[in-house]
Design a binder for this molecule. Structure first.
Ligand SMILES: Cc1cc2nc3c(=O)[nH]c(=O)nc-3n(C[C@H](O)[C@H](O)[C@H](O)COP(=O)(O)OP(=O)(O)OC[C@H]3O[C@@H](n4cnc5c(N)ncnc54)[C@H](O)[C@@H]3O)c2cc1C
Length: 391
């Protein structure tokens, strides 16, 4: 071996490679999801209510402050670990996945990057112990065109007075803290947009109607009403007028989280379908013995593997401090497409039984649809990717 080869840098690890700590963390969440979330999943879907005891267990397991530094009571983990947690929970229940996803990839992310030291001390320990977070950007008239938001914030003495309505806010029912975007100057366009840390008990703040949804029914999606809501000046997040930057940067990470939710869901669906195909007999043999079924399963497994590589690479890029905007958009776009295709095919593999609520894939099919809608629709991901590809 030449000296040049002997001293060459080591080969990068394959994308599937996990550290020992990551394997331990993933397996712990996987076991918890199977033991504690699975028995409640069907009931939560039917009732459209998230079981509160599960949220308590998320806190106890350290799943609500994965990346928060130890000094504030967090797990001092990586973004990649947050992604593993969302994938594992979503393999069992996508609503459980999104509770943990919003807390880590949106709310804690924004708090970690944009708060003052005083705000960190005030909020981060609670985010790791008992405070659920929500991220409030969308309104009835502003979804994809998020910065056309109408909620106004007016400075009066030492407080901002907020007026307006937010819509579609995940964790709305359970949350005690809201990262909420409003404009201090509607004539300034996106430059007026400002992020606020709003506590549930602030005067003038109410959680309104909860949506009755197609999928992720246990995850609460709520309207928020701000009627002369008084927010202390100290609760501005980052700088006044920088809310658009906070929103864009936070959502870039959030999109990788939605990719993880969708890949977990797709994996869960295939696991069910493989088991069923081995048990279900037609024409005197298990349907898994028909090559047509085998090829469908092979195709799904391949697409999930490809999507997971996009997902893991985007998360590793984020942890490595690289730019990951394009990869995050690709991850969300592709993982949600794969999840929808896979969940649909799994319903077919179950035949008529797959179309009923007696079997798990019907729920997974409904849950898969949200991936192409929230945190930027598929069209908006395509727009971001196109902009970065066609420079
Ligand atoms: C279950 C659920 C949970 C949610 N959670 C949250 C949350 O926690 N916080 C939050 O702030 N928001 C949340 N949202 C809102 C979500 O982010 C928006 O619904 C989403 O961004 C789309 O906005 P919209 O519904 O207004 O659709 P629209 O923006 O009206 O889009 C409608 C259609 O037009 C297309 N379209 C729009 N503009 C363009 C364009 N320029 N080019 C091509 N196509 C375009 C879209 O792709 C889509 O197909 C949630 C939504 C749901 C359903």
């Amino acid at each position: 071996m030449s000296q040049a080869t002997a001293t060459a840098p080591s080969t990068p690890a394959p994308l599937v490679a996990l550290t020992e700590d990551e394997v331990l963390f993933r397996d712990t969440v996987r076991q918890f999801a199977n033991d504690s979330v699975r028995p409640l999943s069907k009931k939560m879907d039917e009732e459209g209510v998230f079981e509160h005891s599960l949220i308590d267990q998320f806190f106890q397991l350290g799943l609500m402050g994965i990346e928060v530094p130890e000094q504030y009571g967090g797990g001092a983990g990586t973004f990649f670990e947050a992604i593993l947690a969302v994938e594992e929970l979503s393999a069992v229940d996508a609503s459980a996945g999104v509770v943990v996803d919003v807390q880590n990839t949106l709310v804690n992310n924004a708090l970690l990057h944009w708060t003052t030291e005083e705000q960190k001390k005030r909020y981060l320990p609670r985010m790791c112990s008992d405070l659920v977070g929500a991220y409030a950007l969308s309104e009835a008239g502003s979804g994809s065109d998020a910065f056309a938001l109408q909620t106004k914030a007016e400075l009066k003495g030492s407080e901002y007075v907020l007026n307006g309505q937010k819509m579609w806010i995940t964790n709305g029912k359970e949350a005690g803290l809201f990262i909420l975007l409003a404009t201090v100057d509607p004539s300034a366009g996106y430059k007026g947009i400002t992020a606020f840390i709003v506590e549930k008990d602030f005067p003038g703040f109410t959680v309104g109607k909860k949506e009755d949804k197609l999928g992720i029914r246990a995850s609460s999606t709520c309207e928020l009403i701000l009627d002369n809501c008084r927010v202390p000046k100290d609760n501005v997040l980052g700088q006044v007028g920088k809310g658009y930057k906070i929103a864009i940067e936070t959502l870039n990470e959030g999109r990788i989280g939605i990719g993880a939710q969708m890949i977990g869901l797709a994996r869960g669906a295939v696991q069910h379908a493989v088991k069923y195909a081995q048990e279900r007999k037609q024409f005197g043999k298990a349907i898994a013995e028909f090559q047509a079924i085998q090829f469908q399963i092979a195709q799904m497994a391949t697409e999930i593997e490809a999507a997971r590589m996009l997902l893991y690479n985007a998360a590793r890029m984020k942890d490595a401090g690289m730019s990951f905007v394009k990869e995050a958009a690709m991850t969300k776009l592709y993982c949600s497409q794969v999840a929808e295709r896979v969940a649909s095919l799994c319903v077919e593999i179950y035949g008529g039984y797959g179309f009923t609520k007696d079997y798990p894939v019907e729920k997974l099919f409904r849950d898969s649809k949200i991936g192409s809608i929230y945190e930027g629709t598929s069209n908006m991901q395509l727009q971001t990717i196109a902009k970065l590809v066609i420079k």
